[in-house]
Design a binder for this molecule. Structure first.
Ligand SMILES: NC(=O)c1ccc[n+]([C@@H]2O[C@H](COP(=O)([O-])OP(=O)(O)OC[C@H]3O[C@@H](n4cnc5c(N)ncnc54)[C@H](OP(=O)(O)O)[C@@H]3O)[C@@H](O)[C@H]2O)c1
Length: 325
């Protein structure tokens, strides 16, 4: 597995492993299978693990802590976690907290669950619009000095917020949704990150599993609440994926591999974190790093997945409001 560098000096594997689905969102979970998948990732060069304190209300960080404790290999591990989304009993009760007090209590809890001395990368999960970004990042900068975190990241941030944050402390990575069917960041954010020397970590690079074949919902699947996965939107969007599958078949690769290769070809400062609970899918995703696309093939996919062709927003209204636009 080749490596890429986020920011000025955070070296990570060319793809990471998104661990969220091992604790929530996408149907049934199996702890042993998840731990096996994490071990397989580390043994096969995928050593950049992505989690957050709110995934499974702390379960995901504890799971990674267990996986690291039982890992027999000697490979290096880079752990990224996030803070700032506070879960409530239901989605209408959740809120964002970027206050200095919250940052300080959140990092200590995350380190305890992960059983780590420090985090390699700590992201603001959502920007708290009631707290100046300088205060949140200023507190994170103190955490760097104290040795609790090595690098600072920020998710779903606007251009202005990224620039302001980067003035307080160098931002190593921005993490936002980016895939063939979520291309909002292309126009302004990606060029600005290049200019500022900030890395980009696309989340949901497989469109939450939609940009694959054989996609189907399980019970208790959060995708049922996302507009793109509903009714006529779903039928319309499926037609685009069917065309993606035809192109992948002609190349003798899997649909998911083509979707991931497209993201990887966009820029060297991009490190996608496809999420999977399964070794079989992880194997496909690892192989995708060797898929070569030429400029015509990339342009063809760009045209096929033109933003106007996608029906439905990324999140329902209540969660779109959390995005810092
Ligand atoms: N910062 C944020 O706000 C934010 C938001 C969402 C996610 N994230 C992070 O980003 C990571 C990735 O995003 P995501 O998990 O939402 O979406 P994703 O990576 O686009 O897709 C994950 C889905 O795709 C399936 N999948 C993975 N590889 C596959 C393959 N080769 N073939 C077929 N299906 C495949 C997975 O199912 P199986 O498990 O069955 O393989 C899962 O249902 C998360 O784990 C999380 O760490 C961050």
């Amino acid at each position: 597995m080749r490596k890429r560098v986020l920011g000025s000096n955070l070296e990570v594997s060319e793809i990471g492993l998104g661990c969220m689905g091992m604790s929530q969102s996408y149907g049934a979970t199996d702890e042993q299978e998840a731990i096996n998948t994490i071990h397989y990732a580390l043994d096969n060069g995928v050593y950049f693990l992505d989690t957050a304190d709110m995934y499974g209300n702390g379960h995901n960080e504890e799971l990674i802590g267990k996986a690291l404790a039982s890992y027999k290999g000697t490979e290096e591990v880079i752990i990224a976690s996030k803070f700032g989304i506070v879960n409530g009993d239901d989605i209408t009760k959740r809120y964002i907290d970027g206050s200095p007090e919250y940052v300080r209590s959140a990092i200590d809890k995350s380190l305890k669950r992960l059983n780590l001395e420090y985090l390699d990368l700590y992201y603001i999960h959502r920007v708290d619009k009631t707290v100046p970004i300088e205060e949140t990042v200023g507190t994170m900068s103190d955490l760097v000095r104290e040795g609790k975190i090595r690098h600072i990241g920020i998710c779903e941030a606007s251009l202005e917020t990224i620039e302001r944050a980067n003035k307080v402390h160098p931002i190593t990575a921005v993490q936002s949704e980016y895939s063939l069917w979520s291309r909002d960041v292309e126009a302004a954010i990606l060029p600005k990150l290049q200019e500022l020397g900030i890395g980009f970590v696309p989340y949901s690079p497989l469109g939450r599993g939609f940009l694959t074949t054989g996609f189907q919902f399980e019970e208790q699947d959060m995708r049922r609440f996302l507009p793109r996965f509903q009714d006529q939107n779903l039928l319309n969007n499926q037609k685009l994926v069917n065309q993606l599958t035809k192109i992948a078949e002609a190349m003798n690769i899997k649909t998911a591999q083509l979707a991931l290769a497209w993201v990887l070809h966009k820029s060297e400062n991009i490190v996608p974190i496809p999420g999977t609970k399964k070794i079989s899918h992880l194997t496909d995703n690892i192989e995708a790093t060797d898929v070569l696309l030429n400029t015509e093939q990339i342009s063809e996919l760009d045209r096929l997945f033109d933003s106007a062709a996608i029906q439905g927003t990324r999140y329902p209204g209540i969660l779109m409001e959390e995005i810092d636009a």
